[in-house]
Design a protein around this ligand. Structure first.
Ligand code: 1HE
Length: 264
C-alpha cells in the first residue's frame, strides 16, 4: 500500500490493483472547490496509470455537498463557464479513461457530488446516503456533466423533478430510479465498493476499456451505427492475447463458471 500522493484535500492509496481515492474536506462536507477538483484529477490520472480499478469516496459522514458555493458566488461569468468545462474534462477522465471506477456514497450526495458519482461506472450507496439537486433553490444549474450523465441514469423527467422541486431521495428510492445499483447497510459502502472494484480488476483490461468507452458512445448512436460499432469492438476484443488465454482456460475447464446467485 502506498500513501504518497495524499494532499490535504484528496487522499490516495493503492491497495493491490485498486486505487482508493477520497475527498478529504469533511469540515465543508467535501464541497468541491477549484483546488479539490484539480487534486481529484491528479489522483484519477495516477490511478489510471497504475491501478486496474478505482474507488472514489468521501472522508467523514458525507460523500460530497457539491460545488463549493462560497467560491462560486464570487466568480465572474466567463470563469464560471471555464470552471464547468474543467469539471467536464476531469470527470471525463473518470468516465472514459481506461479503468473502471466505483463510488461509495454516504450522507449528502448532492448537486456536483451526484454529478461526480454519475461519472463513475458503478455506484454503491449505504443507507445514510441521500440525493438532491438543489440548484433551482440556489439560482444556479448543474455544471459538472449532470444534465448528460444524471439524465441518462435516472431519466430527464426524474432529474427535472429533483431540480424543480428540490426533493431529497434516500438510497432505496435512488436504487429504484436506477441512480445506484448497490444499497448496503450504514457504514458498509466503502467495503462493498472495494469488493466490487477488486472484482472488476480481475477482468480483461481491454474488455473493461471497451465497456467504459464503447457503451456510452454506442448509447449516443443510432441503432444501426451502434450495432456496427459493437461488431467491431467485439471482434477486436477477441483478438487480444488475454481473450485467447481466457477462452482457452474456460474450454480446458480451468476457469470459473458463472454461478447462480445465492439470493442476496
Ligand atoms: C459548504 C457546502 C457547499 C456545506 N459549499 N460550503 N450544494 C448544496 O446546495 C448543498 C449545501 N449544503 C447543505 O445543504 C448541507 O451543508 C449538507 C446537507 C450537505 C450537510 O449539512 P450539515 O448540517 O451536516 O453541515 P452544515 O453545517 O450545513 O455545513 C458544514 C460546513 O460546510 C458549513 O461551513 P461553516 O464554515 O459554517 O462550518 C457549510 O457552509 C459548509 N458547506 N456545503 C460550500 N456546497 C458544477 S455545478 C454543481 C452545482 C451544485 O453542486 S449545486 C449544489 C450545491
Amino acid at each position: 500500500m502506498t500513501d504518497d500522493q495524499t494532499t490535504d484535500l484528496v487522499t490516495y492509496r493503492l491497495d493491490g490493483e485498486v486505487a482508493i481515492i477520497a475527498l478529504n474536506r469533511p469540515e465543508k462536507r467535501n464541497a468541491i472547490s477549484d483546488r479539490v477538483v484539480e487534486r481529484l484529477n491528479e489522483a484519477v490520472l495516477r490511478a489510471t496509470a497504475e491501478a486496474k480499478a478505482g474507488v472514489i469516496h468521501g472522508h467523514g459522514a458525507h460523500f460530497c455537498a457539491g460545488l463549493d458555493l462560497s467560491e462560486h458566488a464570487e466568480k465572474p461569468l466567463f470563469d464560471a463557464v471555464k470552471g464547468s468545462r474543467r469539471w467536464h474534462v476531469i470527470f471525463d477522465h473518470i468516465e472514459r479513461g481506461s479503468i473502471p471506477f466505483v463510488s461509495a456514497l454516504t450522507g449528502a450526495t448532492v448537486g456536483g457530488g451526484f454529478e461526480l458519482a454519475a461519472s463513475t461506472h458503478v455506484r454503491v450507496a449505504d443507507r445514510s446516503a441521500f440525493f438532491a439537486l438543489p440548484e433551482g433553490s440556489r439560482g444556479i444549474f448543474v455544471g459538472g456533466g449532470g444534465s448528460v450523465r444524471i439524465a441518462r441514469l435516472i431519466g430527464p423527467a426524474r432529474m427535472g423533478d429533483m431540480m424543480l422541486t428540490g426533493r431529497v431521495l434516500n438510497a432505496d428510492a435512488m436504487e429504484r430510479w436506477g441512480g445506484v445499483t448497490y444499497v448496503v447497510g450504514e457504514g458498509q459502502a466503502l467495503a462493498k465498493a472495494v469488493e466490487v472494484a477488486r472484482r472488476m480488476a480481475e477482468n480483461a483490461e481491454f474488455t473493461n476499456y471497451a465497456i467504459i468507452n464503447a457503451l456510452p458512445r454506442i448509447a449516443d448512436m443510432s441503432s444501426e451505427d451502434g450495432l456496427f460499432t459493437e461488431s467491431m469492438v467485439s471482434a477486436l476484443a477477441t483478438m487480444t492475447d488475454d481473450a485467447k488465454d481466457r477462452l482457452r482456460a474456460f474450454l480446458e475447464k480451468r476457469a470459473a463458471k458463472v454461478v447462480a446467485p445465492g439470493g442476496d
